[in-house]
Design a protein around this ligand. Sequence first.
Ligand SMILES: Cc1ncc(COP(=O)(O)O)c(C=O)c1O
Length: 460
Amino acid sequence: MSEWHYPEVGGTQDVFFDRATARFLPTIVAGEGVYLIDDRGRRLLDVCSGPFLAALGQGNERVLQAMVEQGRKLTYTYSRTTRHPANAALAERIASLAGAGFERVHLTSGGSEAVEMALKFLRAHAVASGQGQRNRVISMMPGYHGATLQTLGLNGDVLAPALWSSMTVYSEKIPAPLTFRAPSPESAASASLTALEETIQRIGPEQVLAFVMEPIGGQSSGVNVPHPSFASGARSICDRYGIRLVFDESVSAFRTGRFLAAHHAPDALPDVAVLAKGLAAGYAPLAAALVPAALVEELSATTGFVVSHSYDASPIACAAGAAVLDEIVERDLIANAERVGAELRAGLEVIAENSPLIGDVRGRGLLLAIELVSDRTTLARFPAEVDPGSVVLRHGLDHGLLLYSRRQNRGRFGDWLLIAPPLVIDAEVCGDLLGRLESTLASAANELVRSHTSNGTDPL
Ligand SMILES: Cc1ncc(COP(=O)(O)O)c(C=O)c1O
């Protein structure tokens, strides 16, 4: 482990973290394809593409070149006072890939901003169309939508109110249709839909603006894949009450074998889809809210929607996004995600058979997770004081893996490792990943078995 200390002044982002977390962070000094190189010369396979983000890996020449060329031609112009061709080119590219219902593309810098933009846009549309009473939002517990003050209130995080208090507005939460430990995926979906409808009735249907959900979960649910009846049920409930359905696809876009995870269920498309992370794949801060042309035109005929951040649709970010999409399309990376992801998942299932730590393997394409349990027979979670993911992460570094784990709310919903490598990964590197992961889990299991005691109870 690198020696960690507080510098006199400045320091990296982790000087803000708690010391226990900061202590084990590797110092990354270079990147090569799907590997990150640390200051000790270790080549670490980037198992979750950072936070589901670095879809093309490091140093993609085509993307870097596109950014340099754009920067030379036009570095920056403000999207509120001007327009520029790189914005038009990227919006056309995204809208064509997203298909009918997503003709307009509002570009901004990150997932939290894009989720907020989507809600601000829908609110502005509601006000302009005489539905100003619609200001309530429903989302899921657990769930994640960002770290701005407003998205913190959307997140399904039971501890958020104690920390953020009245600094944010909290959405109403319904239980996410978590499949693991549920009697069946269908019953989980059905219970969540019942809660959605009851919540709408309790608030008053005419007050509700939107229901925001991750169609396939990310870090907050350990890639929960709801039963298909959930999306179709949510679509019909929203339609019944004139409520907008928003899919936060910050994580799921590009990864599940379709451009949008929403495309797995064409009859249950949302009104708005949010893209982030993989869109510029780490080359530039970029995210998008995809909305139907009809809504934009209705609004532009009245008040319009002129809410902007200075970096919205910035030329270099647009050039990066367009080049990333060119790579995704020309290298057929969405199909690669489906194909290689299926092999990776099969390999994870084999590892799971022999690992005392794995209770579940789930996900779709190259968006996968394994749930860590303290007892495979009872599926018991780890007790609040043991964070198994952080132990596995530490062992991963010794086996050449940079892993990403999550335990939200001290393990209340579970512990998981998120397995979402860059979309450019091939079967050979996946094989290497699996071998390293198996050794990592074996050595982590030794440590955890020595240190934990199973609580065996359901903390929910
Ligand atoms: C589903 C989802 N939505 C929104 C966000 C927020 O994106 P950003 O970190 O780019 O603001 C994240 C980030 O992890 C996410 O996973």
